[in-house]
Design a protein around this ligand. Structure first.
Ligand code: AN7
Length: 364
């Protein structure tokens, strides 16, 4: 019988481009290998001749792109003998850290801003059995504490200042090039702590270099477009900010840790940063759900909001191929989704054929 081959995660797939040795125990949940979905209706609706793919990272094991970095960070922490990991988080990092710690059989501590993380992320993190520490402050304050705590407690930081996080996350660029056969013209991303845009740029650069087992496919690199929420846009301001605010709680960050890396990505790629209001972000989230059947969380929709804006204003020309990363799954934030659809409330009727028939005929 032929050997049954199944996908076992991004470390196995891209081992020759990651700092992993043959006897490393790999902590994986089969993350990565996420779909590139070509938008079929939105380009027509906006009247533009353009090819837009979304890379749906919400289909990772814990529902966000964080799993790419976490498989690497936790694998290396365990290799190093660590018994506990810690992160500050706006929600997705905490869910991912908690899951990979459970998988590895070690402890996870997560610092989250009280009352400011989406319900699904809280539920996941509880189920994966992390020790949740809510702070009366925001992500940036939590991050400062986490950076200091490692001097005082035997814990490994798994925020994206841990270089193995970016190593794992860079594989998303590898997958895109493997799928398209080349890099896109433009790559659009939401930017919070700026780890992801830095990792993608690293991946695009590295994939244009051959390894022993893996010849370079292309030399092409995309223009990197980093989009922020208007109330949390330090890259647009040009300086760190205090008291960031946005409905997209995942990117409610004022003091990005990968500040220099992200500026390098922008400059080297000839890209730019821009910011969008909460209303524009939510409109993009709704548009994508309504017209493509793809449900991402609010922060993720910032990438599409930006791409549509830059197409409209001619910053991205027609004829381009664009990839928008959808960083997280819409199911993570049910409160915002239900609020957005307040005028499309379910109707309640009696349980009879006649009543259901009337309800259908009334709305056709
Ligand atoms: C859905 O979980 O920072 O620019 O602590 O969850 O790499 O920070 C989340 C970030 C975009 C921004 N989209 O990515 C955390 C956290 C979603 C996110 C970002 C986040 P970075």
């Amino acid at each position: 019988m032929a050997a049954h081959k199944h996908y076992t995660g991004l470390i196995t797939r891209y081992r020759d481009r990651l700092p992993i040795s043959d006897d490393t125990r790999i902590i994986s949940l089969n993350e990565g290998n996420t779909p590139m979905i070509k938008l079929e209706n939105i380009p027509r609706l906006i009247g533009k001749d353009v090819t837009i793919y979304v890379k749906f990272e919400g289909l990772n094991p814990t529902g966000s792109f964080k799993d790419r970095g976490m498989t690497m960070a936790v694998t290396k922490a365990v290799e190093d003998g660590s018994q506990a990991i810690i992160c500050a988080s706006t929600g997705n990092t905490s869910a991912s850290a908690a899951a990979y710690a459970a998988r590895a059989g070690i402890k996870a501590f997560v610092l989250i801003p009280e009352g400011k993380i989406a319900l699904g992320k809280l539920a996941q993190t509880l189920m994966y059995d992390a020790k949740i520490i809510q702070i009366q402050g925001n992500f940036d304050q939590g991050m400062e504490i986490v950076k200091q705590i490692v001097e005082h407690a035997p814990v490994t930081i798994v925020n994206s200042i841990n270089p193995f996080r970016l190593e794992g996350q860079k594989t998303a660029s590898f997958e895109i090039i493997d799928d398209l056969g080349t890099a896109p013209d433009y790559h659009c991303l939401p930017v919070g702590n700026a780890g992801n845009i830095s990792a993608y740029w690293k991946g695009y650069k590295e994939y244009s270099i051959s390894t022993e087992n893996h010849p370079a496919v292309t030399n092409k690199r995309p223009v990197m477009c980093g989009y922020q929420a208007a109330g949390a846009a330090p890259f647009v301001a040009g300086h760190m900010i205090d008291n960031p605010e946005t409905v997209a709680t995942a990117i409610r960050i004022g003091r990005p840790q990968s500040w220099d890396f992200a500026w390098a990505a922008q400059k080297e790629s000839g890209g730019w940063f821009n910011k969008f209001s909460d209303d524009e972000i939510l409109a993009a989230q709704k548009l994508l759900s309504q017209h493509e059947g793809i449900f991402c969380e609010p922060a993720s929709a910032t990438s599409l909001a930006g791409a549509l804006h830059d197409l409209k204003h001619g910053n991205i020309p027609e004829g381009s191929t664009i990839v928008c990363t959808l960083t997280g799954n819409g199911i993570k934030d049910p409160d915002i989704a239900i609020k957005q659809c307040a005028d499309a409330k379910p109707i309640t009727i009696e349980a009879s054929l006649d009543a259901v028939k009337r309800a259908i005929l009334d709305s056709i």
